[in-house]
Design a protein around this ligand. Structure first.
Ligand code: APR
Length: 318
């Protein structure tokens, strides 16, 4: 099988290391580069991952690299066509994602400046929280065209919604279709009108009370995991989503996925990074794809846009 290209994952914590592992196991890249500021962490994990190759049957090589806050070590990402930013603190129980904004803004800015320097033609996928704001900041700090910077959240939130609906209805996840738009936070917009089980509208399969409860659980999906883990946040489903986005870019797949993308007129919303469906290709976002929403869902999406717009305006000073 033909392998090509180089992808980097910045931050070798739980999210970053699981993303790197998934990308390597796809066996479509020559090299996956994993970096971290903690001396030896990325190298150690890379060594361990490489040793799984004969067992899991893949040839992609994982390269670990310690990076300094002065930018040392970033030569390792030279030639990467995709960079996934996972560096940053996760929340603790009781914290909102927004509580991380000041700490993670400093990290994401530093990382982004080094990406611009060493992988100037890359597509950047941001996963650090608060997601919508960190995506906007990564675009500002790299200076990349807006289509080349996107965030991962919608695929994860949609997967959570799908999983909850499948469990509630006793269905296979493959028979369930859901959609979640808006912010990766309090103004998340799960979209029941675009959701179905075996092609039947969700409203025909579940009561309004049940749908409302699942929508609520989806909005709090991350916090539910954080509360159980007590240290750190989710990473299996998040890394699955980030890795699929990177694969869509690498293969120029043209898949339509819910992602955090720059919105410029769609749904009557402009000038903000927001969770929407978009077509993904080798240049990043090919185009935002509008879907049919109820008037209530459209209003909720506009409310989400205004909420994140205000916060995104602040990040330039952080
Ligand atoms: N450059 C590179 N790596 C960094 C930097 C930096 N400037 N600052 C911190 N890191 C690394 C840490 O050393 C750590 O290994 O980022 C990693 C974060 O890992 P975890 O604490 O395990 O957090 P994780 O669960 O991976 O979440 C990362 O994703 O979902 C979001 O909210 C979550 O913002 C968080 C991010």
């Amino acid at each position: 099988m033909a392998r090509s290209g180089k992808v980097a994952v910045i931050g070798a914590g739980f999210y970053g290391s699981t993303t790197a592992m998934r990308l390597a196991e796809y066996d479509i890249f020559d090299t996956v580069v994993l970096t971290d500021v903690l001396e030896g962490k990325a190298e150690g994990l890379a060594l361990d991952m490489n040793q799984s190759r004969p067992i899991q049957n893949f040839e992609t090589k994982i390269v670990g690299q310690t990076t300094g806050l002065d930018g040392s070590g970033y030569e390792a990402i030279k030639g990467c066509s995709i960079v996934v930013i996972t560096a940053g603190l996760p929340r603790k129980p009781g914290m909102s994602r927004m509580d991380l904004i000041e700490t993670n803004a400093k990290i994401v800015r530093q990382v982004s400046e080094n990406i611009a320097k060493h992988a100037p033609d890359s597509v950047v996928i941001v996963v650090s929280n608060p997601l919508d704001e960190m995506t906007a900041l990564a675009q500002l700090a790299t200076g990349f065209p807006k289509n080349r910077v996107m965030g991962q959240a919608g695929m994860l939130d949609t997967a959570r919604f799908t999983n909850f609906v499948a469990e509630k209805t006793g269905s296979n996840v493959s028979d369930v279709k859901t959609l979640t738009l808006g912010s990766h936070g309090e103004t998340m917009v799960p979209v029941p009108s675009q959701s179905s089980v075996k092609g039947k509208a969700l409203s025909e399969v579940l009561s309004k009370e049940d749908i409302d409860a699942l929508v609520d659980r989806t909005r709090n999906g991350g916090a539910e995991v954080v509360a159980l883990l007590k240290t750190g946040s989710a990473y299996y489903a998040p890394s699955a989503a980030a890795a699929q986005m990177a694969k869509a870019v690498a293969t120029n797949s043209g898949q339509v996925m819910p992602v955090c993308a720059w919105v410029d007129g769609e749904y009557g919303i402009s000038g903000v990074y927001l969770g929407v469906e978009a077509e993904i290709g080798s240049k990043g976002i090919n185009k935002v794809v509008e879907t049919k929403l109820t008037p209530e869902e459209t209003t909720a999406l506009k409310t989400a846009a205004e909420a994140v717009r205000a916060k995104q305006a602040d990040v330039k000073d952080l």
